[in-house]
Design a protein around this ligand. Structure first.
Ligand code: AKG
Ligand code: FE2
Length: 279
């Protein structure tokens, strides 16, 4: 995987790699140890004792009664300021503006913990393509010639082969398709290996999945999903956030929460002006 230092991240080269190359890049040490420790502490606090939460691509674990060995913490913006800092990191904002358009939004920010002995996922593609196992529910001819998603993984524990670092098949983002048993995913895949603070940015049309954790430590990451401004987001974040946070959000965060793009809107009661056009 191509790896960049934050101060040498060239958006054009990265966008080309996401679209036409391997589909994933890494920023080494993007977040400081203090931010990583803070994020990890909050995520553990919210998931050590909490009730189980919805998860995805874990059909095998559900069958084997292993769901408790993976834990999700949703709606992270409400749980600590560190997550807004992660979501709006200037290097990510710059590259994502180029990749998804300057009006891009955030679809979800959540943690995925896999405890020792915990299960991997079914190989998949991410929201909004993630039900592409039923392609007939999407427009005819939909392809990945332009991106409708970007994924960021902030690594909080060592991501090793043993601990269940995310697996992905480089280049598969070019052919929008949901992987099946005939694709030999596990024969072809590479791993997103890294240290706490390292951050992977990938085009979620690439086939990927969390892998089983066979190490003696847990494996936790913050997963953020970004979308063009007109894609319906996965999490209804404004509905789940405290009023005060919405009122004091930075311009970057307001953009990510969708406040810069007015639709859908009740046009019947909107200001009676010419609202769109060059002039
Ligand atoms: O946690 C991981 O390694 C990947 C998770 C993932 O791909 C997902 O939940 O969609
Ligand atoms: Fe995924």
């Amino acid at each position: 995987m191509k790896t960049y230092k934050a101060d040498a991240a060239d958006p054009d080269a990265i966008v080309d790699e996401l679209l036409n190359g391997g589909g994933a890049v890494m920023f080494k040490g993007l977040f400081a140890p203090e931010d990583i420790a803070e994020a990890r502490r909050i995520i553990l606090e919210h998931s050590n004792n909490d009730a189980a939460k919805v998860t995805h691509f874990q059909g095998a674990a559900a069958k084997d009664g292993q769901l408790a060995l993976q834990r999700r913490v949703w709606n992270l913006l409400a749980k600590g300021d560190v997550f807004a800092r992660m979501a709006t990191h200037p290097v990510l904002m710059k590259v994502l503006s180029k990749f998804l358009g300057t009006g891009f939004i955030m679809g979800s920010i959540a943690a995925n913990r896999i405890l020792p002995g915990g299960p991997g996922q079914e190989p998949h593609v991410d929201y909004p393509y993630w039900d592409f196992h039923a392609p007939e529910t999407h427009p005819i001819g939909l392809n990945a010639s332009f991106p409708m998603n970007a994924q960021v993984t902030v690594i909080l524990d060592p991501f090793t082969e043993a601990s269940g670092a995310t697996a992905y098949v480089p280049g598969t983002q070019k052919h929008l398709r949901y992987p099946g048993p005939e694709d030999d995913f596990h024969g072809k895949s590479k791993r997103m290996l890294g240290e706490p603070g390292d951050t992977v940015l990938f085009f979620g049309a690439a086939w990927h999945c969390a892998m089983p954790n066979r190490s003696d430590h847990e494996r936790c990451a913050v997963l953020t999903n970004y979308l063009p401004k007109w894609v319906k987001p996965l999490e209804d974040m404004p509905a789940a956030l405290p009023r005060e946070l919405l009122d004091t959000a930075s311009p970057e965060l307001r953009q990510l929460l969708g406040f810069d793009y007015p639709y859908p809107e009740v046009l019947d009661t909107a200001d009676a002006v010419n609202a769109e056009g060059r002039k």
